[in-house]
Write a protein that binds this ligand. Structure first.
Ligand code: THU
Length: 160
């Protein structure tokens, strides 16, 4: 028996103002996309923006449904849109921002487990890391250099 330690490195920025300019611009797109969220049930709006290799930016927002499980997270709305429109383009970077109508979200909001699993498929497919930046409404922004930094011990196609 042995214990194995798994380490993940994150970078924490004090605010959006501290981000490198390209990441800041992408986060501004995510914030903009958040306005189009359809979240009448949770009142929690999320925006996601992907930068692709060809310079295209593809955004998405969470879309809810009266039959709750039929809704979808912003990150998956955006990644599937990106892959459907630009199937051969690699993804460089993802920015995520989230806001609640009941409180000011001042802590970074990380993508949910299902989104991490979905996004990991595309990082593995393209064989290049996807930088991920995420924040709440205000305050700190967290960056990981790779999607898989957020999903250690991932399930992937090698098991199939
Ligand atoms: N949500 C996202 O859009 N992304 C996440 O990673 C976490 C959760 C959405 C789903 C739902 O519409 C609302 O936030 C509350 O869970």
């Amino acid at each position: 028996m042995k214990k194995v330690e798994i380490k993940t490195q994150i970078t924490v920025f004090d605010s959006i103002e501290e981000l490198p300019s390209a990441a800041k611009e992408l986060m501004e797109k995510a914030i903009e996309a958040k306005q189009d969220a359809y979240a009448p049930y949770s009142k929690f709006k999320v925006g996601a923006a992907f930068l692709l290799d060809n310079g295209a930016i593809v955004t998405g927002s969470n879309q809810e449904n009266a039959a709750y499980p039929s809704g979808m997270c912003a990150e998956r709305v955006a990644i599937w849109s990106a892959s459907a429109q630009f199937p051969d383009q690699k993804i460089v970077r993802l920015a995520i921002s989230a806001s609640s109508s009941s409180q000011i979200t001042n802590e970074p909001v990380a993508p949910c487990g299902a989104c991490r699993q979905t996004l990991s498929e595309y990082e593995l497919k393209q064989k290049e890391k996807i930088e991920v930046y995420f924040m709440g409404e205000i305050g700190k922004v967290v960056k990981t250099d790779s999607l898989l930094d957020l999903l250690p011990i991932a399930f992937d196609k090698s098991f199939l």
